[in-house]
Each structure stands twice: as structure tokens, then as C-alpha cells.
Design a protein around this ligand. Structure first.
Ligand code: IMP
Length: 429
């Protein structure tokens, strides 16, 4: 028996919510280890649709949810999300949700900086969610973050706010944006503290106890490898490490506890926000994939850019992300297409290259090399066994396994939880 870590293998929105929900029903604890309320996980349970941003998905299945130190928490957004799911009948209490005492907080000043900087970047904007994620992580590494535990110490908040505002107000004024007063931020935090502090816990210790007791831990990644701050398409990335190694750092466990790494990939590619996307389609086919796949951002509602499956990038995600097996989602979106393309290589200035370059000008000159496969006419939607799939669809899945050098251990054939084909149980390692 093993723990499981789930990460996105493309640019996010691969359908992690459903897979995590499915795995959560078999886990004891579900842990978020990076990102913040920039993430959007949609869970369909019976007639309820839960849209979670910050809360670990396991809560929907009555499992303990843990927010690790690697996450950045906006207390206002957290409480609003708790209120929203409570109205849908889901109970979130300090018994079911624990938040690391050393988690950095996102304050209104972070969102303001995020949005002001994006505006100043103009055409070179990153396309962030505008929720203050980047500025909050910057404060963490700059050692000026206000952390959850600080909310319990008025004397600490006092001097930390001075330092924080000295930095951020200078920046905001320079960007021509309104500045913040210490009194307003103090009032904001003091109003939220009594509702947030009951969730605070020593998460590393709690998880160590759980590990020793042989409880199953599911680490729930947000965003995806191509948005990783080190390994993604920098600077068009999020500000955290999204790879499985960060499940350890971001929750306070050793690397051995991460367990089986399940990467989630869509049967095609999508991206929200700006940045390189070698196999992007700007034609009717791109629009078809978007319409059929309902490709709109969960958090921002922005239409997602669509393209063919990029085996080069997913193979890279397998390698740097430590992915042991892939869960392939949304295969049904390709049903009925006469032919399907897969990006199997890149050309730069007329020469084939081994991997996607890191420098922006070179990235812009990359052209994809495609392999064309025959499509299938029968529907794959709702298939629950390998035998239910058309032969050509099986061929497509097998080809992907070959190209990305990882087995497809799970196939999701509709948003419904039970429409899943399991080849190998990740909890069995
Ligand atoms: P930030 O995380 O808000 O700083 O945004 C940085 C980049 O990551 C932008 O391109 C966002 O669109 C993208 N991003 C952040 N969170 C998600 C997500 O959950 N799914 C897909 N893209 C995301």
C-alpha cells in the first residue's frame, strides 16, 4: 500500500477534480501542498456540482482535508468558499479541515499588486488569475510574509505589517495604484482571525502521525507541470512548484511519503492565460475541441486555448514530475473525428530538436512535428471497461503511452465519477 500524489501533466484543467475525488473516496486524508485559490476543481457528486478552489477535494467525501505550508491562503476567499459549500450541505469544521500554522497569507494588497502589475505589462502580460498568488509567494521567499500563526499575535502583526506596507505601498505608488493603510489591513485581519484560527494545526506532525499509523494520504496538486515555476514555460507560469517533489516540501513530509505519482493529462491540450503552446490550433478544429470539451476556465471563465496532444511536453512532465502512471481524461471529446494529430517532435530553424527550448525568442520559432492517426466513429463516452472502447481509440491510448514513456493507468470517459477504466490501482503502488 502506498500514498498517492496527483499532479497535472499539461497546463492545468486536465480534469484533476474528478480523479482526485475518485481517489479521495479510498484515502484517509487529502492534502493540498501548493497553489492557492487560483486553482479550480469541479466535482460532480450526484446532483450537486462543487466548485472548489482552495479546499482539498476529499472534504466532499467526508475525508479530512489538510492545507499544507506550501499553499498560499487568502483567509477571506477561504471563508467564502467554506460558506458556499456549506450552503450546498457540506460541513466543514476544524475536525475535518486543518491548515498549517506556517502557511503564508494572501492579503488584499497582494491582489492589488498582481492586477496593477499585469496592467502595467500590457501586451506582455502573463494572464494571471489576479488573485495575488505571485506576490504572496514573493513575500514568502523575501521573508516578509504574514503567516497564519501571526494572526494569533497582535504584537507580531504590528511590526510585520510595517515591513509589508513599506514594500508594497512603494510599489503600488510607483504603479499609480491606490495604497493601503495599516489600520485597514489590521481591521481586515482582525475580523477574519477568529473564524480562521480554529483550523490552524501543526500539519507536519499530524501527517507524520498519520503516516506512522498507516493511514492513506492523497496529495492533491493544483495547476500542472508546464506551469511549474522552475520547469514550466517561464515566465508564463504560476509561482509555485507544481511537481510531485513539492508534495513533500509543501506539507512537511519526507520525499518517500509522496508515494505513487499519478499525472493527469487530457487526450488533447488546453491552456488558459498567455505563453507558449506549440500544438495550439487557431482554426475550426481548435474551436471544435473547445466547444465539445466545454473549455472555459473554472476560476476566471476565460475560454481556454485548445490544440492537439503534445507528447513531447507530456514526456517531459513525466520525467521532471516523477510521474509513475497517467490518468487520461476527455478521450470522448475526440470521438467521431476522422483523423487525430499528436505532436511527436519539434523543429527549430529547420532542425529537429530534442526538447522545447527555455529562451523566449527560440520558443516562438518552434514548430511542431505531427503524427496523424485515424480517428474512431463509435462513442467512448461512459465506457467502463477496455472492451467498451473502439479499437482505434485503444490504439491512440497505446501510442500515447509509447510516446510519453509512461503507462496509462486510469482512463476517464465522462465527468461522472463511475465512468472510469482502472488499469492499475495507484494506492497499490
Ligand atoms: P497565477 O497562478 O494567478 O499567478 O497565474 C499564472 C498562470 O497560471 C496564468 O497563466 C494562469 O492562467 C495559470 N493558472 C493558474 N492557476 C491555474 C489553474 O488552476 N488552471 C489553469 N491555469 C492556471
Amino acid at each position: 500500500m502506498s500514498n498517492v500524489t496527483v499532479i497535472g501533466a499539461q497546463w492545468g484543467d486536465e480534469g484533476k477534480g474528478k480523479i482526485v475525488d475518485w481517489l479521495a473516496s479510498r484515502a484517509d486524508i487529502v492534502v493540498r501542498f501548493q497553489g492557492g485559490h487560483n486553482a479550480g476543481h469541479t466535482l460532480v457528486v450526484g446532483d450537486q456540482t462543487y466548485k472548489l478552489s482552495l479546499l482539498p477535494s476529499g472534504l466532499v467525501r467526508g475525508k479530512m482535508g489538510v492545507i499544507g505550508n506550501g499553499v498560499v491562503v487568502d483567509p477571506e476567499a477561504l471563508l467564502a468558499e467554506i460558506d458556499r459549500v456549506s450552503a450546498q450541505g457540506l460541513k466543514v469544521t476544524p475536525e475535518t479541515l486543518r491548515i498549517a500554522e506556517n502557511v503564508p497569507l494572501i492579503l488584499p494588497v497582494h491582489g492589488a499588486i498582481d492586477r496593477a502589475r499585469e496592467e502595467a505589462r500590457g501586451a506582455r502580460k502573463i494572464g494571471t488569475t489576479g488573485r495575488g498568488i505571485g506576490p504572496a509567494y514573493e513575500d514568502k521567499v523575501a521573508r516578509r510574509a504574514i503567516r497564519l500563526c501571526d494572526l494569533a499575535e497582535p504584537e507580531t502583526l504590528d511590526w510585520k505589517l510595517d515591513e509589508l506596507l513599506l514594500h508594497h505601498n512603494t510599489l503600488l505608488a510607483g504603479l499609480g495604484a491606490p495604497t493601503f493603510t495599516k489600520a485597514a489591513l489590521l481591521e481586515h485581519m482582525n475580523a477574519l482571525a477568529p473564524r480562521v484560527l480554529p483550523y490552524m494545526d501543526t500539519v507536519w506532525d499530524l501527517l507524520d502521525d498519520a503516516r506512522r499509523a498507516g493511514r492513506r494520504i492523497l496529495f492533491e496538486g493544483a495547476q500542472a507541470v508546464m506551469l511549474d515555476v522552475d520547469h514550466g514555460t517561464y515566465p508564463f507560469v504560476t509561482s509555485s512548484n507544481t511537481i510531485a517533489a513539492n508534495a513533500a516540501t509543501g506539507s512537511g513530509v519526507g520525499p518517500g511519503t509522496v508515494g505513487f505519482v499519478l499525472g493527469i493529462a487530457k487526450a488533447y491540450s488546453t491552456r488558459v492565460g498567455e505563453g507558449p503552446f506549440p500544438s495550439e490550433l487557431h482554426d475550426e478544429m481548435g474551436r471544435t475541441l473547445g466547444t465539445r470539451g466545454h473549455e472555459f476556465g473554472t476560476v476566471t471563465g476565460r475560454p481556454r486555448r485548445c490544440g492537439w496532444f503534445d507528447a513531447m511536453l507530456v514526456r517531459r512532465a513525466v520525467r521532471v514530475g516523477g510521474i509513475n502512471g497517467l490518468a487520461l481524461t476527455k478521450l470522448d471529446v475526440l470521438d467521431g473525428l476522422p483523423e487525430i494529430k499528436v505532436c511527436v517532435g519539434y523543429e527549430l530553424d529547420g532542425k529537429e530538436i530534442r526538447s522545447f527550448p527555455s529562451a523566449p525568442a527560440a520558443q516562438a520559432r518552434v514548430t511542431p512535428i505531427y503524427e496523424t492517426m485515424e480517428g474512431w466513429t463509435d462513442s467512448t463516452r461512459g465506457a467502463r471497461s477496455w472492451a467498451d472502447l473502439p479499437a482505434q481509440a485503444i490504439k491512440y491510448v497505446r501510442r500515447i503511452e509509447e510516446l510519453v514513456e509512461a503507462p496509462v493507468t486510469l482512463l476517464s470517459t465522462s465527468p461522472e465519477r463511475d465512468d472510469t477504466i482502472l488499469m492499475r490501482d495507484p494506492f497499490e503502488g
